[in-house]
Every structure is written in C-alpha cells, then in structure tokens.
Design a protein around this ligand. Structure first.
Ligand code: SAM
Length: 218
C-alpha cells in the first residue's frame, strides 16, 4: 500500500477495505501510513470533545492517532493514548532515501512522545483497564467490526465517554463508506440502541456536520 490511504484511487481504497472485511482484520497498513504529526482536520472535533472533558483528571483516548486531543486538554490532565499503531515505531521501521531524512522525520515527531501510546487492536485484543474513569473515542468505531462488546468494555471502566461517529443514513451508498475504510455502518437508531445496551445514557449530543455526530455519554 502507498504512503497515505487517501492518495489511493477511491476504488482501490474500497477494495482494500473489502479485503480487510473478508479477512476480518484491522487495516493496519492504512494507519501505518500516517505521518506522525497531528491531523489538523481532526482538530476541531478534538477541541469540542475537550470541552466535554474539562472536569476530567485522567482521560483515555481510544484511537488516539497523533494525540491531537491532548493539545486541548488542561495541562494537569493525565492523558493515556491507545491505538493499534505507535507512529514512532512505524517511522522507525520505514525505508527512507537517506539516514538524514529518517533522523529529520524522527526529530519532527519527537515532541509528541509516542512511546506513551498503548498498542491495542480493538478488533483483536481484549481492552486493558487503564485505571481512568473518563475517555474519548473519536472517529474510531467506524473501523470496528463488533463495536458493542468494545463499548461495553469501555463502560466497565468509565463513568464518562465522549464518542463520535459517522452515521449511515438512508441515502448512504455503502461503497462510499468503504472508500473511507469504514467497516461499521450503524444508523442513528442502531447506535442509540448500542449506547443503551452498553449501559450508557446520552448526556449531550452535537451535530458535527454531514453525518458526523458527537455524544457525551455517562
Ligand atoms: C480517524 S482516526 C481518529 C484519530 C483521533 N481519534 C482524532 O480524532 O484525531 C482513527 C484512529 O483509530 C485508530 N484505529 C483504527 N482501527 C483501530 C483498531 N482496530 N484498534 C485500535 N485503534 C484503531 C487508527 O490508528 C487511528 O489512529
């Protein structure tokens, strides 16, 4: 697979997703193409989530990627990033044209300290208990085959979770979702039932635009 998933033609992205679905595995190579630098287009979502988390002392960030959320939390919040990839190790293992280019890339991402990331594949591994009572799962359930058991495991350790999700609506073409690498296609009714079945109640919800919503769950 190339450097970055969205550089691929849409049909190729769809086919990679379908192959991963067939194999029922996380498309790790897609996430291993990430740059290691925070994604600015995900920042407004993280900033809004941080507002819901303003009284938190310890926050687990499920699917933390480049730890964008941490930038918006108060400095005294203990932040625990969890993801299926550790981006420093990805870059360490990558082939570069020269040792200098690799050293420059590692220096660029060094301030983010990815050694803190707990590597967990939510499609394959049991969820460890992180000893926190607050969490965020932003833009991650779309990549999970069986989100209810995961949400239940989060509930077992959290009093408060900020969740975002891109809903499937009547107008959705499944193939368009697969072009994003999404393997979960829940409608509003389905996600609301799942939230309740996991033992959460909705405390607040915000429309992020398009089909994307955020819920504060307690
Ligand atoms: C769309 S990004 C969202 C990143 C971050 N939450 C944000 O909003 O900026 C999805 C993240 O979920 C992670 N992810 C995808 N599938 C996963 C899995 N099966 N287990 C753990 N993390 C996963 C990816 O590595 C990626 O960092």
């Amino acid at each position: 697979m190339g450097e970055w998933f969205y550089d691929l033609p849409p049909d190729e992205r769809r086919d990679l997703t379908r192959k991963a679905i067939f194999e029922k595995r996380t498309l790790i190579e897609r996430w291993s193409g990430a740059s290691g630098l925070p994604e600015e287009n995900w920042a407004p979502r993280a900033e809004l989530a941080a507002k819901f988390l303003k009284n938190a002392k310890i926050v687990v960030d499920f699917g933390a990627s480049a730890m964008t959320l941490e930038r918006f939390l108060a400095p005294d919040v203990q932040y625990i990033p969890v993801d299926c990839v550790r981006l420093d190790l990805v870059i360490e293992a990558k082939a570069f044209d020269s040792p200098e280019e690799k050293a420059a890339k590692l220096a660029e991402i060094a301030p983010f300290d990815y050694s803190r990331v707990h590597v967990v594949d939510f499609n394959a591994d049991p969820l460890p208990d992180f000893g926190a009572d607050t969490g965020a799962a932003l833009g991650v359930l779309e990549y999970i085959y069986d989100p209810l058991p995961l949400l239940k495991s989060m509930r077992a350790q959290l009093k408060h979770l900020v969740l975002s999700y891109n809903l499937r609506t009547g107008k959705c073409v499944l193939e368009h979702r697969e072009r994003h690498g999404w393997v979960s296609h829940l409608t509003r009714a389905e996600i609301e039932k799942m939230i309740a079945d996991a033992g959460f109640i909705v405390d607040a919800e915000v429309h992020l635009g398009g089909k994307s919503w955020m819920w504060s769950l307690r």
